[in-house]
Write a protein that binds this ligand. Structure first.
Ligand code: PHE
Length: 372
């Protein structure tokens, strides 16, 4: 069996000339490259074994070559052997380092030794989109923010006082029936009368909370979820969203009210849309109005969408009834203002031509994908 040539001197191998010396180095390098290719997928522990066999301080091949080929070489060979050895050593060290980094990276990624091909395109995760109701809500908020309103939010659980009484809707008032209410039954606390609580039927209670907490002037909008005991159909849901608006100051007239409505309608539905105020009734506004917009589909000529009226009802509104100021200690003689309350679902349905409110709640991606 031929012994490993690195364990013998060049003289013992019968090698003298430069070409023979270089051929000898080339052979060692070929063996090294062969092993490196074979071990390309080895784990870090195996690469460490190979590393020791090649550049280990006491028994590595490089050490043997240094001891057996370089040190005893005759002066004319020394320069040639030294240069070839340096090149071989650099190549071996560089390659071993590459093998080690690759093995460690594969180990960390848990790929179990599989190579990671960095030239492949990355994994693309599909990004979600904002829900159409969220998009509509943000659009509505921006319109009012642009004319000086700020956004506040409030509790979904209310007392009858905030949801009704302070809004000028006393007990047994027929207006309570139009908003069929979910009442909460709480476990009784011994010795205490259990508080009556309900799920707010509109965002209007926040008119009261806000005026209780801050002095005029007030310019707020209140987005939020409201609840009514309605059976679900294409226009009803037991939970939906509203945006309340309230502006109170010393110099707000019906003109500011009407102007704000018109500005809003043009911003939301386009500059050509006309606005109509139609007399209505809410206990907490006087006078009250339904705000209509000229039909976006037929521009007011009359079509199926507007049921041949030419107009589409948008939201309820009015000048704040002075009786409300009495509940929050605002000076009704000095102050005036307006309020409105719109359904976010209704606005979104108008805006996108959606005819079934239930689509918003079903999370069907075929529907949601239409609102990128
Ligand atoms: N809160 C009323 C409703 O839900 C809407 C409204 C708000 C009307 C503010 C006038 C003023 O029907």
């Amino acid at each position: 069996m031929t012994t490993n040539p690195t364990r013998q001197t060049l003289e013992a191998l019968g090698i003298r000339g430069e070409a023979e010396i270089l051929a000898q180095f080339a052979e060692v390098r070929r063996r090294f490259d062969e092993e490196a290719a074979r071990r390309a997928n080895d784990d870090a522990a195996n690469i460490a074994v190979m590393r020791n066999a090649w550049i280990g301080r006491t028994a590595g091949a490089i050490t043997h070559i240094t001891d057996n080929w370089l040190k005893p070489a005759i002066p004319e060979q020394k320069r040639i052997v030294g240069k070839a050895l340096n090149e071989l050593k650099a190549h071996v060290e560089r390659t071993l380092e590459e093998l080690r980094t690759r093995a460690e990276a594969a180990g960390e990624s848990g790929a179990g030794g599989a190579r990671v091909d960095l030239s492949l395109p990355g994994v693309r995760r599909t990004l979600g989109t904002r829900h159409p109701l969220r998009q509509t809500l943000e659009e509505l908020e921006l319109i009012f923010l642009s004319i000086g309103f700020s956004v506040v939010e409030g509790p979904e659980i209310e007392t009858p006082y905030y949801n009704f009484e302070a809004l000028n809707i006393p007990e047994h008032h027929p207006a309570r029936d139009t908003m069929d209410t979910f009442y909460l039954s709480l476990p009784p606390t011994p010795g205490k009368p259990s508080p009556e609580l309900l799920l707010r039927t509109h965002t209007s209670p926040m008119q009261i909370h806000t005026m209780e907490q801050q002095k005029p002037p007030v310019r707020i909008i209140v987005p939020g979820r409201v609840y009514r005991r309605d059976n679900p159909d294409s226009t009803h849901s037991f939970a939906f969203q509203q945006i309340e608006g309230l502006a109170v100051d010393t110099d707000i007239t019906f003109c500011e009210f009407k102007g704000t409505c018109e500005y809003f309608v043009r911003e939301f539905l386009g500059p050509k849309t006309r606005t109509r105020l139609r007399p209505s009734y809410f206990p907490f506004t006087e006078p009250s109005a339904e705000v209509d917009a000229s039909c976006f589909a037929c521009d007011g000529r009359g079509c199926r969408i507007c049921k041949h009226a030419g107009w589409i009802e948008l939201f309820g509104a009015g000048m704040v009834d002075p009786a409300v100021y009495g509940f929050v200690n605002y000076d009704a003689k000095r102050l005036s203002g307006f309020a409105f309350g719109m359904g976010v679902e209704r606005m979104a349905m108008m805006r996108y031509g959606i005819s079934d409110i239930q689509l918003f709640y079903q999370n069907d991606v075929r529907f949601l994908r239409q609102f990128p």
